[in-house]
Write a protein that binds this ligand. Structure first.
Ligand code: GLN
Length: 305
């Protein structure tokens, strides 16, 4: 499998670079707006322990909403099923930052991967911890999952998120008004903005996903049951209102972020980190999604058999 991929990934890299339309980079903060969209990296961690990469796989990028997988993993490890009293497990069919359903559903977000749901997850992580300790818990999870402690938060990105995060502030205040935030709104927002500003390379992201993919030799950070559930949520909710299209085209669980990253999981087979900063209309990586589709088709990887 490693040999087949070593042949295929350079070809995929060339095909993606030949694409005319890279999508549009997120422009709500200057740090993301000035990223060159014409970049692409991919790293595949395989069950035999090997890693195959192509393109800009060693370049650090802002993981943004991909961090929601890791904060949820920490919370599942800490309180398990109890989190579902505060957040649902249904796709929202709305934009990642939508407030619409929050009123209709009385402050219980549809799922942990839209912003409202992720704010609840982060609030749970803050219970009994300072923002600094909650962030250390996520960074510690990532260090253990990747086997690499060289993982950092971009302070400028976190600062810009805070300066422009009016919608997230609205969501957090709305959640608080329904009694679905236990900690001060400022703490929750500050922690959330910093977790979004974590930087990883594609290779680190692929390594970080090995436990979720249940690869042999991966650090045992999750029970197999919890890993299955994370995969189910990634499949149904990981790409927001583009989740159905992603499942249809790629057939594997994935989680996107507005930095252009995608964590893609082929359960039992591979954990894949993809990055290309140009986004499609749903706010998911445009070229990254095409790459995921081509990779899954080439390797015959699909959770649908
Ligand atoms: N920091 C972004 C936000 O909260 C993350 C959103 C995303 O990656 N989809 O709006």
């Amino acid at each position: 499998m490693a040999t087949e991929l070593a042949d295929f990934l350079p070809q995929l890299d060339r095909d993606i670079r030949a694409m005319a339309d890279w999508g549009k980079v997120a422009d709500y903060i200057p740090e993301l707006a000035r990223v060159d969209p014409a970049q692409f990296g991919i790293a595949v961690a395989l069950a035999d322990g090997s890693m195959v990469t192509a393109g800009d796989a060693q370049k650090r990028f802002s993981i943004q909403s991909v961090s929601k997988v890791f904060s949820l993993a920490c919370v599942l490890g800490r309180i398990g099923e109890q989190i579902w009293t505060r957040v649902g497990r249904e796709p929202s069919g709305s934009r990642f930052d939508s407030i619409l359903l929050l009123e209709l559903e009385k402050g219980r977000p549809r799922n942990p991967f839209i912003n409202a749901g992720a704010l609840v997850t982060t609030d749970e992580l803050l219970t009994g911890r300072s923002p600094r300790d909650a962030l250390s818990e996520i960074l510690g999870f990532l260090a253990a999952a990747t086997g690499d402690a060289d993982i950092h938060i971009d302070k400028f990105v976190a600062q810009s998120e805070a300066e422009t995060g009016f919608r997230n502030a609205a969501l957090a205040n709305y959640l608080k008004s329904f009694g679905n935030l236990k900690n001060p709104v400022d703490y929750v927002l500050g922690t959330y903005f910093h977790q979004c500003a974590i930087e990883l390379t594609c290779e680190q992201l692929a390594r970080a996903g090995r436990s979720i993919a249940g690869l042999p030799g991966a650090p045992r950070l999750l029970t197999p049951q919890k890993a299955r559930r994370l995969n189910a949520l990634m499949m149904t909710c990981g790409h927001y209102d583009g989740s159905g299209d992603f499942a249809f085209r790629v057939g594997l669980p994935g989680k996107s972020g507005v930095g252009g990253g995608i964590l893609l999981i082929a359960p039992g087979l591979a954990s894949i980190g993809i990055w290309s900063p140009g986004l499609n209309a749903y706010g998911n990586s445009q070229a990254g999604t095409v790459a995921a589709e081509k990779l899954a088709r080439k390797m015959g990887w699909s959770v649908f058999g």
